[in-house]
Design a protein around this ligand. Structure first.
Ligand SMILES: [Zn+2]
Length: 187
Protein backbone atom coordinates (compact mmCIF):
# COMPACT_ATOMS: atom_id res chain seq x y z
CA UNK A 1 0.00 0.00 0.00
CA UNK A 2 1.15 3.49 -0.70
CA UNK A 3 1.06 6.21 1.86
CA UNK A 4 0.64 9.67 0.41
CA UNK A 5 1.79 12.71 2.32
CA UNK A 6 -0.47 15.71 2.42
CA UNK A 7 1.76 17.69 4.70
CA UNK A 8 3.69 19.72 2.16
CA UNK A 9 1.29 22.67 2.51
CA UNK A 10 0.45 23.02 -1.17
CA UNK A 11 -1.03 20.75 -3.79
CA UNK A 12 1.88 20.97 -6.21
CA UNK A 13 4.44 20.23 -3.47
CA UNK A 14 2.37 17.27 -2.24
CA UNK A 15 2.50 16.10 -5.85
CA UNK A 16 6.30 16.52 -5.95
CA UNK A 17 6.49 14.47 -2.72
CA UNK A 18 5.00 11.43 -4.49
CA UNK A 19 8.56 10.48 -5.34
CA UNK A 20 11.12 10.32 -2.58
CA UNK A 21 14.68 10.68 -3.73
CA UNK A 22 16.72 9.51 -0.82
CA UNK A 23 20.39 8.63 -1.26
CA UNK A 24 20.53 5.09 -2.57
CA UNK A 25 16.76 4.68 -2.29
CA UNK A 26 14.25 6.11 -4.70
CA UNK A 27 10.65 5.45 -3.74
CA UNK A 28 8.09 6.01 -6.51
CA UNK A 29 4.56 6.31 -5.12
CA UNK A 30 3.07 6.75 -8.60
CA UNK A 31 4.30 3.58 -10.26
CA UNK A 32 1.08 2.73 -12.09
CA UNK A 33 -1.90 4.58 -13.62
CA UNK A 34 -4.01 3.11 -10.79
CA UNK A 35 -1.79 4.75 -8.18
CA UNK A 36 -2.14 8.06 -9.99
CA UNK A 37 -5.93 7.60 -9.93
CA UNK A 38 -5.70 6.92 -6.18
CA UNK A 39 -3.70 10.10 -5.63
CA UNK A 40 -6.14 12.20 -7.68
CA UNK A 41 -9.07 10.79 -5.68
CA UNK A 42 -7.38 11.60 -2.38
CA UNK A 43 -6.94 15.18 -3.56
CA UNK A 44 -10.53 15.42 -4.83
CA UNK A 45 -9.37 15.60 -8.45
CA UNK A 46 -11.31 13.78 -11.18
CA UNK A 47 -10.11 10.47 -12.51
CA UNK A 48 -10.57 9.75 -16.22
CA UNK A 49 -13.88 8.23 -17.29
CA UNK A 50 -12.21 5.20 -18.86
CA UNK A 51 -9.41 5.01 -16.27
CA UNK A 52 -6.01 6.68 -16.48
CA UNK A 53 -3.49 5.32 -18.96
CA UNK A 54 0.26 4.95 -19.22
CA UNK A 55 0.53 8.22 -21.25
CA UNK A 56 -1.38 9.99 -18.42
CA UNK A 57 1.14 8.63 -15.94
CA UNK A 58 4.07 9.79 -18.07
CA UNK A 59 2.53 13.26 -18.49
CA UNK A 60 1.99 13.45 -14.72
CA UNK A 61 5.58 12.46 -13.97
CA UNK A 62 6.90 14.97 -16.54
CA UNK A 63 4.95 17.76 -14.87
CA UNK A 64 6.09 16.59 -11.43
CA UNK A 65 9.73 16.63 -12.58
CA UNK A 66 9.37 20.13 -14.02
CA UNK A 67 7.75 21.51 -10.84
CA UNK A 68 10.40 19.84 -8.69
CA UNK A 69 13.36 21.13 -10.72
CA UNK A 70 11.93 24.63 -11.12
CA UNK A 71 11.05 25.00 -7.42
CA UNK A 72 14.39 23.69 -6.15
CA UNK A 73 16.18 25.86 -8.69
CA UNK A 74 14.34 29.04 -7.74
CA UNK A 75 14.84 28.63 -3.98
CA UNK A 76 18.54 28.17 -4.71
CA UNK A 77 18.53 31.23 -7.04
CA UNK A 78 19.11 29.02 -10.07
CA UNK A 79 17.18 29.98 -13.22
CA UNK A 80 14.68 27.42 -14.54
CA UNK A 81 15.10 25.71 -17.89
CA UNK A 82 12.89 26.81 -20.82
CA UNK A 83 11.80 23.17 -21.20
CA UNK A 84 10.46 22.97 -17.62
CA UNK A 85 8.67 26.32 -17.96
CA UNK A 86 7.12 25.14 -21.23
CA UNK A 87 5.95 21.89 -19.61
CA UNK A 88 4.28 23.65 -16.67
CA UNK A 89 2.58 26.20 -18.93
CA UNK A 90 1.39 23.53 -21.34
CA UNK A 91 -0.30 21.64 -18.48
CA UNK A 92 -1.83 24.86 -17.09
CA UNK A 93 -3.42 25.76 -20.44
CA UNK A 94 -5.77 22.77 -20.27
CA UNK A 95 -9.24 23.48 -18.79
CA UNK A 96 -9.64 22.61 -15.11
CA UNK A 97 -12.20 20.03 -13.92
CA UNK A 98 -15.90 20.75 -13.59
CA UNK A 99 -17.75 19.82 -10.41
CA UNK A 100 -21.51 19.49 -10.06
CA UNK A 101 -23.38 20.21 -6.85
CA UNK A 102 -25.19 17.19 -5.36
CA UNK A 103 -28.94 17.15 -4.60
CA UNK A 104 -28.47 18.17 -0.94
CA UNK A 105 -26.26 21.09 -1.86
CA UNK A 106 -23.45 19.92 0.41
CA UNK A 107 -21.63 17.50 -1.87
CA UNK A 108 -19.89 17.92 -5.18
CA UNK A 109 -18.99 15.36 -7.77
CA UNK A 110 -16.34 15.84 -10.43
CA UNK A 111 -17.53 15.35 -13.99
CA UNK A 112 -15.39 12.52 -15.41
CA UNK A 113 -12.63 13.71 -17.72
CA UNK A 114 -11.24 12.02 -20.85
CA UNK A 115 -7.71 11.96 -19.43
CA UNK A 116 -5.44 13.34 -16.70
CA UNK A 117 -5.26 16.78 -18.38
CA UNK A 118 -7.79 18.59 -16.19
CA UNK A 119 -6.29 17.32 -12.93
CA UNK A 120 -2.76 18.15 -14.08
CA UNK A 121 -3.98 21.62 -15.03
CA UNK A 122 -5.04 22.22 -11.39
CA UNK A 123 -1.59 21.14 -10.21
CA UNK A 124 0.23 23.25 -12.81
CA UNK A 125 -1.83 26.37 -11.92
CA UNK A 126 -1.09 25.77 -8.24
CA UNK A 127 2.62 25.60 -9.12
CA UNK A 128 2.43 28.84 -11.11
CA UNK A 129 0.76 30.65 -8.19
CA UNK A 130 3.36 29.30 -5.79
CA UNK A 131 6.42 30.03 -7.93
CA UNK A 132 5.36 33.49 -9.08
CA UNK A 133 3.85 34.55 -5.74
CA UNK A 134 5.13 35.64 -2.32
CA UNK A 135 4.90 32.12 -0.83
CA UNK A 136 8.00 31.00 -2.72
CA UNK A 137 10.01 32.59 0.09
CA UNK A 138 8.43 30.07 2.45
CA UNK A 139 9.28 26.98 0.44
CA UNK A 140 11.98 24.92 2.14
CA UNK A 141 13.68 21.57 1.74
CA UNK A 142 13.46 19.28 4.77
CA UNK A 143 16.43 19.51 7.10
CA UNK A 144 16.53 15.84 7.98
CA UNK A 145 19.56 13.89 6.68
CA UNK A 146 18.93 12.60 3.18
CA UNK A 147 15.26 13.69 2.99
CA UNK A 148 15.14 17.11 1.26
CA UNK A 149 11.36 16.87 0.64
CA UNK A 150 9.99 20.28 -0.34
CA UNK A 151 7.30 21.89 1.82
CA UNK A 152 5.61 25.24 2.27
CA UNK A 153 6.30 26.62 5.73
CA UNK A 154 3.01 28.03 6.98
CA UNK A 155 4.13 28.24 10.60
CA UNK A 156 3.76 31.73 12.17
CA UNK A 157 7.45 31.83 13.07
CA UNK A 158 8.53 30.73 9.57
CA UNK A 159 11.04 28.36 11.14
CA UNK A 160 9.63 24.96 10.33
CA UNK A 161 12.49 22.58 9.52
CA UNK A 162 10.98 19.23 8.65
CA UNK A 163 8.67 17.94 5.95
CA UNK A 164 6.75 15.92 8.51
CA UNK A 165 6.97 16.03 12.29
CA UNK A 166 5.89 12.40 12.42
CA UNK A 167 8.58 11.12 10.08
CA UNK A 168 11.60 13.44 9.93
CA UNK A 169 10.97 15.67 12.97
CA UNK A 170 10.44 12.61 15.14
CA UNK A 171 13.56 10.91 13.81
CA UNK A 172 15.74 13.96 14.45
CA UNK A 173 14.30 14.38 17.98
CA UNK A 174 15.01 10.71 18.76
CA UNK A 175 18.58 11.02 17.47
CA UNK A 176 19.16 14.16 19.59
CA UNK A 177 17.77 12.38 22.65
CA UNK A 178 20.09 9.39 22.13
CA UNK A 179 23.06 11.73 21.64
CA UNK A 180 22.27 13.66 24.84
CA UNK A 181 21.88 10.47 26.81
CA UNK A 182 25.20 9.10 25.46
CA UNK A 183 26.96 12.36 26.42
CA UNK A 184 25.47 12.21 29.93
CA UNK A 185 26.52 8.61 30.51
CA UNK A 186 30.11 9.51 29.51
CA UNK A 187 30.22 12.34 32.03
ZN1 LIG B 1 11.79 15.11 5.68
Amino acid sequence: MTEFDRGAGSLCLDFVATVRDWPGRRIELLATPAELTGWFEEQGLPAAAGGLTEPDLLAARDLRGAVNETTRGLIASRPPTPEDIRLINKAARRPTPMFLLGPGGRTRTPVPEPDAGAALSVIARDAINLLAGPDLGRVRACDSDGCATLFLDRSPSGRRRWCSMRRCGGRVAAANYRRRRATRSQA
